[in-house]
Each structure stands twice: as C-alpha cells, then as structure tokens.
Design a protein around this ligand. Structure first.
Ligand code: GRG
Length: 288
C-alpha cells in the first residue's frame, strides 16, 4: 500500500509540475527548474497528500501544497549543491544544476522554485483565504531563518568553526535543516482541513529526526550508485553526525525508537493512518 501510494504521489506531482511549467518561457532557468524537480522519492509530497487524505481533503486540492513543498525542497538541494555550499556534482544520479548549466543559472533556478512554492500555496485552488494564508505563513517559517535556512546556517558555522557539534546541537541543527520541511508537509493536511495539527506534528518531528539519522547511516554504509549522490562526505570531512556520536548500531537503534514514537503519535487516526506508519518504517530502511 505504502509503495503504491508513494509512486502515485510521485506521478501526480511530476504531472502537476509539467502543467505548472507549460506556459513558462523556454530559457536555461526554466529548463533548470524542470530538471531540478524531476525524480526523487517525493516523500514530502506524499506526506502532504496522506495527511490531507486523513482530513478528508480532495486530492486535487492537496496536490498544490504537495507540489509546493517539492519545489522548496528542490530549491534547497540546488543551492546546497553549489560550490559555495556543499559543492556537489551529482544529485539524484544526474549532474547537479550548476554543473549542467552554471552557477548563476543554479542560483536563479533555486530562487524561482522558492517563489513558485509560495505561488502554488496561495492559489485559489488551495481553498479559503485563511487556509492559504496559514499555508504560506507556516511554509515561510519552515523554509526560512527559523527553519531550514537556520539549520543550514548552523551547519556552515559549525564547519568553519571546526568544532564538532554535540548530540543536542546536531539534533537542533537537523530539526531545522531537514525536519522543518518534513513537519510542514505532514501537518499540511490538518491546515487544509482547519484541524488540530498536534498529532501530525509529533509524528513528523520523530519522523524527521529518524530520516536524518538514516541519512547519516546511508552516508557511511550506503551504495553511491543507489543513493545517486556521493557518500562518505561527512566522515571524510571529519564532521560530527549521529553515527559519529552513537556508533552505527546506536544510530540504528535510535532511529527505530523514533519510528515507534512516530507511529504511536498517530493512534487517534486509527487504521486510516497505516500508510503514514509504513512511511516511517520506510524512512529508516531506504537505500536512497
Ligand atoms: C540551501 C537553504 C539551503 C538549505 C539546504 C536540504 C538541505 C538544506 C541540504 C541538503 C543536504 C542534505 C543531503 C541533507 C540531508 C537530508 C536531505 C534533505 C536529503 C535529501 O532529501 P531526500 O532523500 O531527497 O528526500 P530526494 O532526492 O528523494 O527528494
């Protein structure tokens, strides 16, 4: 069920990106946007669609915020891959945007995907004005200096200070860098349904952390061909990670505990939330 729903979400979002791009002028920046939003697991879109389903939201409505969060995520990857940030030449098994085009195009692709996301969540198709305003407000907080950008800035600061972070600091950094968008995605259904997001927030905070621990484990023992990106970057850079603090077995145990916490948080949704529970288990068993 989970694999089918994830594939369905991925397909729906890819088609929706095609529709959104249909009237764009053909330029390197718009080609780069389409390139950067191809592929990937679409986990964040899936979380929007599933949380929306739990709240009885029409999937055609939820597709707008689902596409928006993938646009923000893609922007963050394009900018993160730039030479001035993580300097990566491979993403999703393909040359990164600045390698395929150039740095200036990659900056613009990220900028345009960032703003596109806010266009998508404020479109009339997303529902009443107060819902659209809440989606935009929470997305701005999740993506910006209180969320993802904060996490990224903490990461860069730690690297230049050359002092390894302790476990609490890594947890805080990752809650911003990776967790904030995951939480936004998993609570979007409650926002769309104007319902209480508390359970979904609890679920997503554990899920986000488990996701990041799984990423650190993949960096150490994953297969670069399957992951579609360079691995062992953190270890080679001497960076503190969940694995460097907890060891491989400790990190795996912590990730499984978090997945159990995530599943428990969904108890009020009963069997309807089974696909989200399966998603949490997938997050720590993935190979890409
Ligand atoms: C540039 C402001 C700014 C932020 C960048 C997201 C991020 C912050 C950096 C990416 C670096 C990284 C590898 C983070 C680890 C977790 C992560 C976000 C992995 C990629 O997400 P997946 O696995 O990717 O969901 P796909 O390709 O499946 O969409």
């Amino acid at each position: 069920m989970f694999a089918a729903r994830l594939a369905e979400a991925a397909n729906a979002v890819s088609c929706h990106f095609d529709t959104v791009y249909a009237n764009f002028v053909d330029l390197p920046v718009t080609q780069g946007m389409a390139y950067a939003t191809k592929g990937g697991k679409r986990l964040r879109a899936f979380l929007v669609l599933e949380s929306a389903r739990l709240h009885g939201i029409d999937p055609d409505v939820a597709l707008w915020p689902a596409t928006a969060i993938e646009a923000i995520h893609a922007y963050s990857l394009v900018h993160d891959d730039l030479p001035c940030m993580d300097n990566d030449d491979l993403r999703r098994g393909q040359p990164t945007v600045h390698i395929k085009w150039d740095d200036a195009t990659a900056v613009l692709v990220g900028d345009a995907l960032h703003t596109l996301a806010f266009e998508l969540v404020t479109r009339p198709e997303c529902g009443p004005a107060e819902v659209r305003a809440e989606l935009a407000l929470t997305l701005a907080r999740a993506a910006g200096a209180q969320g993802m950008v904060l996490g990224q800035a903490m990461d860069i600061a730690a690297e230049s200070a050359n002092t390894p972070l302790d476990l609490d600091e890594i947890t805080a950094l990752q809650a911003g860098k990776t967790g904030a968008l995951i939480t936004w995605a998993a609570t979007a259904g409650a926002v769309l349904g104007q319902a209480d997001p508390t359970s979904l927030r609890r679920y997503s905070e554990s899920l986000g952390l488990a996701f990041q621990i799984a990423d650190d484990i993949l960096d150490v023992e994953g297969d670069a061909a399957k992951a579609g990106k360079r691995l062992q970057k953190d270890a080679n850079a001497g960076k503190a990670t969940f694995v460097s603090h907890l060891g491989l077995d400790g990190a795996k145990a912590r990730a499984s505990d978090l997945v159990e916490d995530a599943c428990d948080a969904l108890s009020s949704y009963g069997v309807e939330a089974q696909t989200l529970r399966d998603a949490a288990r997938f997050v720590i068993s993935r190979d890409s």
